[in-house]
Design a protein around this ligand. Structure first.
Ligand code: SAH
Ligand code: SF4
Length: 470
């Protein structure tokens, strides 16, 4: 089966030409680029591509926005809060433009992939020079070149190309030991609350050879952790290989690559998380024994209204199978509180699921209506005080569970990948074990990017604390 979505090599070549042209214009001024990223790992991965292209065009990357000549805001649209955050941050850049007229400000990502937001930016943010939708990421060099040479604002939304896959773009990775590798883009699921299918287009898989080559090169460069990314990784390959090669096959092939690295993946939709995938995980030491399996709600009525296409019972069966195959697997989830029509009984079903599964961690969200999605037009909305009250009750329950799980680690030795200095206490290093559990300990910077064994001495709801044993 052919992938109709692949962008031709000649188109990528065209963009390489634009990179050279931009470099010829800006390089003499030693320009600096600042990239601000909101949202999920997919956005982070996209920003690494933007950084790669910016570097190729002669920009040095900077964390300090004050000194930037180019600012790119990569936005999220999954909840209103994320949109408001990106808008307010962009608003703060107005004064920078007033100080430095040559500053170029661009926006990209999911928020500006919506027509109404694109128009908002055009009308209300006159100091933003351009925006482009997620499907046009590879055309960033051309868009920037046009901006620099035409001196005209432009806001691009190419919905016709919302199925694009661009291979071979340059990349500057945010870490020297942890890497994102996109295996597919887009989503076909249309959960009724979710904006993702509208802003990221339909599901399309990267060719397996391209993925395996990328992982091999990361492993050869010493990367310790590789996370395979997709909105619904379990659909991997359907568009390219039908039933003959699926995500479990890909995972198994990734594990055959030489090197001392650990593999994670996200996200799995419970409706197609297969037993084959679970078996593949169980059989391969390289796969971290951690599974993110978004439940969203424990009520079958709400799951149906959300178009999730599984029941609580099916979900629990899947969890049971996982635990049978990998007794110490860590399971995490996403929950939406206050979906339209959620009654107290429905909510109690969600609490019941939390008690039954005993998740290692949950990511919980207040339902946020998204323009253009079916749920935004649903009646029986849940008042915000009720949503908030449910949210608090859920957190209290989960905190007890998480704390109990963390206490069980005390007096055990955990192998962690050391990620860096703790953000809240720079005297400590912080790392994550295979289960993705955060562990703080004292040590020197030479450990960063390496594995270390930590004796856990105490634990709280959010993290473990210990000392280096090796
Ligand atoms: N493809 C992934 C992630 C989607 S977005 C998946 O299917 O799990 C990440 C999470 O944001 C979702 O799992 C959901 O819990 C939450 N989310 C999505 N839309 C939302 C909305 N409108 N309001 C509140 N939370 C939402
Ligand atoms: Fe959104 Fe559902 Fe697709 Fe996840 S599976 S991205 S929640 S539509």
């Amino acid at each position: 089966m052919a992938n109709n979505f692949k962008i031709s090599e000649s188109e990528i070549q065209t963009q390489c030409e634009y990179m050279k042209r931009v470099a010829a214009i800006v390089s003499p001024f030693s320009p600096k680029a600042h990239i601000r990223t909101y949202g999920c790992q997919q956005n982070e991965a996209d920003s690494e591509r933007i950084a790669g292209m910016a570097a190729e065009m002669g920009y040095t990357l900077t964390e300090n926005v004050e000194e930037a000549d180019l600012i790119i805001v990569n936005t999220c649209a999954v909840r209103e809060h994320a949109e408001l955050k990106a808008l307010s941050v962009t608003g703060q850049f107005k004064h920078l433009k007033e100080k430095k007229k040559s500053l170029v400000i661009g926006m990209c990502g999911c928020m500006v992939s919506q027509e109404h937001r694109k128009e908002d930016i055009k009308q209300k943010y006159p100091y933003v020079d351009f925006s482009f939708g997620t499907s046009m990421l590879y055309r960033f060099p051309e868009i920037l070149y046009t901006c620099l040479t035409k001196n005209k604002r432009a806001f691009y939304l190419d919905t016709a190309s919302s199925g694009n896959i661009a291979e071979g773009l340059p990349v500057v990775r945010g870490s020297a030991f942890k890497a994102w590798v996109s295996v597919m883009y887009g989503c076909n699921n249309f959960c009724t609350y979710c904006v993702v299918p509208y802003v990221r287009g339909r599901e399309r898989s990267r060719e397996k050879e391209k993925i395996l080559r990328e992982v091999s090169s990361l492993a050869a460069s010493g990367y310790r952790e590789i996370t395979l990314l997709g909105q619904n990784v379990n659909s991997y390959g359907k568009d390219l290989y039908g039933d003959s090669y699926d995500f479990a096959d890909l995972l198994s092939d990734v594990c055959k690559i030489d090197g001392e690295f650990m593999v994670r993946f996200m996200t799995s939709h419970p409706k197609d998380a297969s037993k084959k995938l679970i078996d593949t995980m169980a059989e391969n030491d390289k796969v971290a024994k951690q599974f993110h399996l978004p439940l969203q709600s424990g009520s079958n009525k709400i799951l149906k209204a959300m178009n999730r296409v599984y029941t609580k019972e099916k979900y629990l069966e899947l969890v049971e199978y996982m635990r049978r195959k990998m007794p110490d697997i860590s399971i995490t989830t996403d929950i939406i509180v206050g979906f339209p029509g959620e009654s107290e009984e429905d909510f109690l079903e969600t609490l019941d699921a939390l008690e039954k599964v005993r998740y290692d961690n949950i990511f919980s969200f207040l339902y946020s209506p998204r323009k253009g999605t079916p749920a935004a037009g649903m009646e029986n909305t849940v008042p915000s005080d009720v949503k908030n009250e449910r949210f608090e009750r859920m957190l209290k329950l989960q905190n007890e569970i998480s704390n109990g799980k963390n206490q069980a680690y005390v007096n055990t030795v955990q192998r962690v990948l050391v990620e860096g200095r703790s953000k809240t206490d720079t005297t400590r290093l912080t790392g994550r074990n295979e289960k993705n559990r955060l562990i703080h300990f004292e040590g020197d910077d030479s450990l960063i990017g390496n594995m270390a064994d930590i004796l856990v001495e105490r634990a709280d709801t959010y993290a473990l604390y210990g000392k280096l044993v090796k």
